[in-house]
Ligand binder design. Structure first.
Ligand code: ADE
Length: 422
């Protein structure tokens, strides 16, 4: 078993810059800040150990501060080897008393050693973005399953895995699917991924999107966000899908819909957002134009067949930071951003704080809710309670200075009745 370390970060001297950037993000996270103030007074998480496996960003730092303010003892590891912001990791250790195990660019062994370190914390609550901590607890650390009251899961891919565990009768404790909250996926997955993915592609390459053919694989909430923002930058957007309904929506939203095989031959940029593996394959790469740029914004780096890209290449080099160039035998060059990992976190800073405010408000309030309701929860995947979701929307609107109407009694009655006609 890996030795428990108090922390493993790149350089504690980076802490002051991390503190500045965490404060900057905090200004865009008023809902979480209000929860933090209440947590500080009420201590709803007191006495609980939390192992969180999340992208180590300024926004996550503000969540970790909130959990600590509520009385939790928090250990944080990264949920992706390329997404850690080293200054933030340092600041959490130096300034905020959170044990962090995360270094940007860590190799696979270190990545899993860091997850082990988080599991060594013997959590009462787990907080995952991609189900890695829960995965370790359900395989190598089954003896710890009984210690865990509940878990939360941030992302679509993780929720799919947890539902598979539940379906097979193997889920060891209740889990809240934070991703399913409307105040999470409708905003984070769509507007967050939409903006930050384009941000990552541009920071990495500095290419002009106007007039380019931009292929988006997958038209779920993230694919929609990417397609919408790529169109906003003047790209001609092509969507590929396997689901007929989503394909129809993409067509009626005004995008060209093609099979990947056809899109491969004409695309200038490709971005995968499906959550599935081998979406861009060797056969597609063989058809691509010289200069095509490949990226992925799905959780795992399995959507682009990277092994095939390496096999096909007669020469590989780093073209610029975060961009690898693969030269094919016929002279065509294909470019891969951020090793095919989440482009928005590998090449940019992830979703802006203003949307993470709602995602992480869901995390914090779900942690409180599972502790309050532990006695009645079963080994199931639960949605975030509707009251929490609605309350976060109300609070967010208030912080944005937006007022809305209220149903009159007469209107409420009309909506609840069946006998009022024309
Ligand atoms: N996932 C996507 N963007 C993120 C961010 N800024 N912080 C944490 N997790 C994220």
């Amino acid at each position: 078993m890996a030795q428990t370390l108090r922390h493993d970060v790149k350089d504690l001297a980076l802490a002051p810059e991390g503190v500045r950037r965490i404060a900057w993000a905090d200004r865009q996270m008023p809902v979480l800040a209000a929860i933090r103030e209440r947590f500080e007074r009420e201590q709803p998480l007191a006495g609980h150990r939390i192992s969180a496996c999340l992208h180590v960003t300024t926004e996550t730092a503000n969540l970790a501060r909130t959990l600590s303010a509520g009385g939790a003892d928090v250990v944080l590891c990264a949920s992706n080897p390329l997404s850690t912001q080293d200054d933030v990791a340092a600041a959490l250790v130096e300034e905020y008393g959170v044990a962090v195990f995360a270094i940007k660019g860590e190799d696979n062994d270190t990545y899993y050693r860091h997850i082990e370190a988080a599991v060594d914390h013997r959590p009462h609550l787990t907080m995952d973005d991609g189900a890695d901590v829960i995965g370790v607890l359900h395989s190598a650390r089954r003896e710890q399953l009984g210690d865990v009251i509940a878990g939360t899961e941030e992302t679509t891919t993780g929720v799919i895995r947890l539902k598979a565990l539940e379906r097979d009768g193997k889920l060891g404790f209740p889990v809240i699917a934070v991703n399913e909250a409307r105040t999470k996926h409708l905003f984070d997955n769509r507007y967050g991924t939409g903006q930050s993915t384009i941000d990552g592609i541009i920071r990495a390459t500095n290419v002009l999107l106007a007039g380019k053919r931009f292929v988006v694989a997958g038209y779920g909430w993230t694919g929609r966000g990417v397609a919408m923002r790529a169109r906003g930058m003047g790209a001609h957007v092509i969507v590929t899908e396997v689901d007929p309904l989503r394909a129809l929506e993409a067509a009626m939203d005004g995008y060209e819909v093609l099979p990947m095989e056809a899109a491969a031959a004409i695309g200038d940029l490709f971005c995968t957002a499906t959550g599935d593996k081998n979406v861009v394959t060797r056969a597609h790469m063989e058809r691509m134009k010289d200069g095509a740029i490949l990226s992925n914004t799905g959780h795992f780096n399995v959507e682009i067949e990277i092994g095939a890209l390496r096999d096909l290449a007669v020469e590989t080099r780093e073209a610029r930071a975060m961009v690898d160039e693969f030269t094919m035998a016929d002279g065509r060059r294909l470019y891969l951003i951020g090793e095919g990992r989440l482009v928005n976190l590998a090449a940019a800073e992830g979703h802006p704080a203003l949307v993470m405010d709602m995602s992480f408000a869901n995390q914090a309030l779900s942690a409180e809710w599972v502790i309050q309701n532990a006695a009645t929860l079963e080994r199931k995947v639960y949605d975030v309670p509707r009251e929490i979701d609605d309350e976060i929307a109300r609070l967010k609107l208030a912080t944005m200075g937006i007022d809305i109407d209220t149903l009159t009694e007469e209107q409420a009655h009309y909506l609840a009745s069946w006998d009022e006609g024309t």
